[in-house]
Write a protein of this length. Structure first.
Length: 305
């Protein structure tokens, strides 16, 4: 599909090797259509990896998407070259006067801190408030989902004794919703987190709708404002090796991280992961772009309210 990306973004070459069609700005300018503007606030430490994971999923719609990467002015990432950040990212302060058809806010490695103790919490709150009037539909992922539910709806998070780590089956509570079009009755979702939100807190808030959950991993997808906000506690965007890399990173260092469940073939890291979530991840992002962004956003982007 015609996914429009900044010239020389590393993800372009990586995805072309997977036969995924993307276009750079030079080619996109020759097409006389109104692309959907998607902002990605990437809070993950390995920026290039997360960029590639998300772009891979966004590439499955026939619509042209114009991707912009946002960064925080109040935080300097330590694991991505400064040259990459300067070339492909803009501060929120530079983007705040623009409007976007869709937005994705990623997770962040700060979930065991109280929200107010996160160094960039003030700026995050400002962005969450801004998104309400400047974005048609926003996806909040993992820590961002917890932070968004806390900021917008006062939903608390709770610490877990052991990391919720692995691939868990999710039950769909309302299969007629467009976000689940093409889904099976059950789908798999990667989880990698030390905290959780409670089902009862979601159900007790009339502004929130619980869309899917798991007996083991709990709440997985919550919707608000008729689809203008989605909160995803897991990581549908994860590539096959992400949990493997996290497990090898933490093994022998942390005592609250066990072997990821339902992930390795025969629970043997030497046999590698078995991918069971990719098809539904693609469906979810395609449905979000089509039904909650493209079908809902005004043609004149300045009309977003």
């Amino acid at each position: 599909m015609p996914l429009r990306l900044p010239d020389r973004l590393p993800a372009i070459d990586l995805l072309k090797e997977e036969n995924i069609f993307v276009m750079d700005d030079t080619r996109a300018h020759s097409q006389d259509i109104r692309p959907l503007k998607i902002a990605i606030l990437n809070l993950m430490p390995l920026k290039i990896t997360t960029e590639t994971d998300l772009i891979r999923l966004l590439s499955n719609t026939p619509l042209q998407l114009d991707i912009s990467f946002m960064k925080l002015k109040s935080h300097t990432p330590k694991n991505t070259p400064i040259e990459h950040m300067m070339m492909f990212y803009r501060d929120f302060t530079e983007m705040r006067h623009e409007k976007y058809d869709g937005m994705i806010v990623t997770g962040a490695p700060v979930e065991q801190l109280e929200f107010e103790d996160v160094s960039y919490w003030d700026e995050i709150q400002e962005i969450f408030s801004w998104a309400r009037t400047h974005v048609t539909s926003t996806l909040y992922i993992c820590w961002a989902a917890q932070a968004g539910l806390y900021y917008h709806y006062h939903i608390p998070k709770y610490s877990l004794p052991m990391k919720m780590f692995g691939i868990f089956p999710q039950q769909i509570l309302d299969p007629k919703l467009p976000i689940f079009r093409g889904f099976d009755d059950e789908f798999m979702m990667p989880h990698s987190r030390h905290t959780e939100i409670h089902r009862e807190d979601i159900l007790n808030n009339p502004e929130l709708t619980l869309l899917s959950e798991s007996e083991e991993s709990g709440v997985s997808i919550v919707m608000a404002r008729g689809g203008r906000e989605f909160f995803i506690t897991g990581h549908l965007e994860y590539s096959p090796n992400t949990l493997d890399n996290e497990y090898k990173r933490d093994r022998g260092i942390r005592d609250d991280v066990a072997l990821p469940k339902n992930y390795y073939r025969n629970d043997d890291p030497e046999q590698g992961p078995k991918v069971t979530w990719r098809s539904h991840a693609n469906l979810f992002y395609t449905n979000w772009v089509n039904y909650y962004v493209y079908q809902e956003t005004p043609y004149n982007i300045e009309d977003i309210r």
